[in-house]
Write a protein that binds this ligand. Sequence first.
Ligand code: TXA
Ligand code: MG
Length: 341
Amino acid sequence: MWFFTRQIPKSQEYSGLSRIFSALMITLCSYSVLTAADLLRRGELVAIPTETVYGLAANALQPEAVVKIFEAKNRPFFDPLIVHLSGAGQLEKWALDIPESARQLARTCWPGPLTLVLPRGEHIPDLVTSGLDTAGFRVPDHPLTLELLTLLDFPLAAPSANPFGYISPTTAEHVMDQLNGRIGMVLDGGPCRVGLESTIVGFEFGKPVIYRLGGLTRERIEENVGPVELMLNQSGDPRSPGQLKSHYAPRVPLRLGDPVELSRELPGKRLGILAFQRIPEGEWQAGRVLSPGGDPAEAARNLFGMLRELDAESLDFILAERLPESGLGRAINDRLERAAG
Ligand code: TXA
Ligand code: MG
């Protein structure tokens, strides 16, 4: 079989044992990718690793497969899905009227944490886009999922692999905790490198607009295409629930602000704290620090996992601290605001 013929890089010196281990790992990885491809071809659901969060994937061209995503997640049909492609070159095949700024972003930022909303070609089913005449497209940056997409002759529709409204999964275990028994398999690609969903960019009168803050910073986008407007929905436009006011939420109520001040208003309650760099003095039942060194990228990677951990601690409230409002900090604050509902 083809996966036995893969070469181990010659530039590296391998001892006998590590050579066998590497060959075994490559074989196992490829085997799981083949299994995932087979399930997807048969119209089943597979949770896939991406650099942002795990996705729950189905054949984007097959409505009978896509409908299973909505069922497994309890997701309302008005919430459109993102279409995952194997490379930027695929965009021409599925999207129409692509503005130059979209091409530029696709060229420089894909594979990566960026979704482009563009007019869709006729082959993308209504179910994927909730009847909108645009679709969100993205090339995820994860070797297993790219390998999988390259094997398939269809793109993958995939929202985040969590029950609707709950915290997105950043490990295979997070997916299994909630969707075990409802999906064909999880392709385990390790913990997600970015940890926040993709930044969603649309085009209004040809000009790029950010609909959802995410793993690609506004600054990075502006380096490529000049100033972009933010059009983050705060009111709850049913067309884009990723932008709903309450989303990404733990079950324990979350309050956002200065934890010490917030705790004064909650005497006698069991409080958990989600701090950025250090946990301040106080009566906390549980605490997590997103990044002791103050690195927003590390904080992003830890955010959803730590929220899940605090959610499991039988608390009355989670008190979360804001990050400085720039770069990834802005996207993290956006998620925390929505988690606070
Ligand atoms: O990083 C990500 O984007 C992850 C991974 C799996 O790729 N996916 C993800 O999907 O976060 P999901 O379903 O949780 O968020 C998809 C959001 C929708 O809620 C909506 O806000 C937006 O993408 N979206 C999709 N298609 C759209 C469209 N045609 N117009 C406007 N927004 C759209
Ligand atoms: Mg989601």
